[in-house]
Every structure is written in C-alpha cells, then in structure tokens.
Design a protein around this ligand. Sequence first.
Ligand code: SF4
Length: 320
Amino acid sequence: MEQIRNDWSIEEIKLLYHEPLLELVYKAATVHRTWHSSSAVQVCTLLSIKTGGCTEDCAYCGQAARYHTNITVKALMDKEEVLSIAARAKASGSSRFCMAAAWREVRDNKDFERVLEMVKGINALGLEVCCTLGMLTETQAERLQAAGLYAYNHNLDSSERYYDEIISTRIYGDRLNTLNNVRKAGISVCCGGIIGLGETHEDRIGMLHTLSNLPQHPESVPINALARVPGTPLQDLTKVDVWDMVRMIAVARILMPKAMVRLSAGRSEMSTTEQAWCFMAGANSIFTSESEELLVTPNPKLDEDRAMFELLGLTPLSNK
Ligand code: SF4
C-alpha cells in the first residue's frame, strides 16, 4: 500500500492535474480501491440550522446579508426539530449529519449552548455529527468535542493567492487557525473548496497543495462546483464543466488517499452519468437533504439518489 504523504510539491501536483483525463481517472480509481470500498458511498445529510443574514462577504454565498438574494433569513432552529430531522435522516440511510449556521464565528452565547445540546442529541442517535459554524476558538472547539462533535467543516474555498478576490472580511490565515484549533481539540477535519469562482488552474493546484500538505490530511474533503446564486457577485460566471470536477476529485483522491472525498454542491446540475464519473474518480460521499436544498441551493431528490445508487451498484456506507 502506498504511503500517505504530506510533502507533495506544486510541480508533482501540477503534473498529476494535467495528466490526460482517462489516465488520471484510472490512477485515482486504483488508489480509491486500495483504501476504500469501491461501492460504499457515505450519505451525509446537511441541514441549515441558521440561514442567511451573515456579516461576511463571500462572493459565492447567497447567505451574505449584503447581497440582494431571495434567501429567507431564519433564526437558529429549535433543538427538538433538528433532532427529529436527524432521526429521519438516519432512517433513510445517512450515517453523518452536518449542521450549518451562517455565522462569521461562534459567539459564547445561548445560541452556542443550544448547538452544543443539538450535538449531544445527534451523537446519541449514533450518527457522526458535524458542524460548520464559522471561525472557532480553541476553547469553543474543546467544548464541541466534549459534547460529542465528530467533525468540523471549514473550507479553504480556493488558493491563498485567490482568496482575497472572493472574500475581504477575513484572511486565509484565519481559516488555517480555526482548522488548527479543530485539530488540536481532537475533532475530525472536513475541509475542501469550491471550483468555478473565476480561479485559474494554478489556484486549484495551490488549494490542493495546501490541503495535502497539512500536517495531517483532512479526513473529509468536499469538492464543490459553484452554485451561481442570483444576486451574488458571481451569479453570471460560467457553469463548471463536469470534467473539471472529475479532475479535481481524482487529484484529491490521489493526494489524500484515506480521506472521504465528497461530491458536494453542483450535483443538481449533473446527470447520473456525470456523477458516475465523479465516483469512478474517487468520490465516496454525497450530501442529501429533506428539503432538496444544499443550504440554499438546489440538490437532487432523495428518490433520484436512491435510483442512482441502485443503477450504479452503490450502497450507503453503514451507520457506525
Ligand atoms: S459562506 Fe459562510 S461565512 Fe461566507 S457569507 Fe456565507 S454563511 Fe457567511
């Protein structure tokens, strides 16, 4: 079995990234089969527990208060409502439940206390529980860990070089700092990015370089295609080419063999054939939601995903 490496050079990643596509997919599929079952795909349910009204200015995000999108702002949900959605998600095959709140950062207030109670409740259901709540201090990460948080999502979004072009209200170092706090608290790290933000191939390579050279690879790497939300500064960008997604997934799979590589935003604009290519390239997880939305953008129906699993011979990774 090949070694896990944290010393990938930009040149090595560039060579991989620019390999002829079929050769790249073949290599990634081989790595995938060395470390994972080729048929097990983890189904993660994502729930927006607090929607919109965010003070940050991420250019891709429909939840930023400053953009004129038609998102309905919703306050933090009740714990009982979240727990009943989590129980239904488990019954329909999810083994991981991710709660997202549109916050710049976690504040030490009653909302955070409520989130901690949600984490405890979902953990008790036997689901891997993940949160994405913005920036975290070391103490907040420790409190989440003590409540039973399994994973924390905090994406790098793009390369360090391109970051300032899409967000001005925080810096790349802030992201890395939160990731460090999460890791120190003993929480599993979920960290990936988005393509289609107007970045170059070099930026994509740069992001993969940062991820694959972290002292410990993220256990989970979501790869998202930009969902062009009307009213955001990126609304008129070109739709991401599916082959770009396949390429990113394949390189991520080769660089970070043990990670769960998650085919995330963008599935609603992909056919089953296109998603099959992503699974062949090493993706082994998808997101679903009862509301058929991935936070505030469209996501396939649960029935469509069931039919796709049956057609492709995939099985949901079983609950722990
Ligand atoms: S991506 Fe997150 S931090 Fe950025 S505006 Fe949206 S909700 Fe806020």
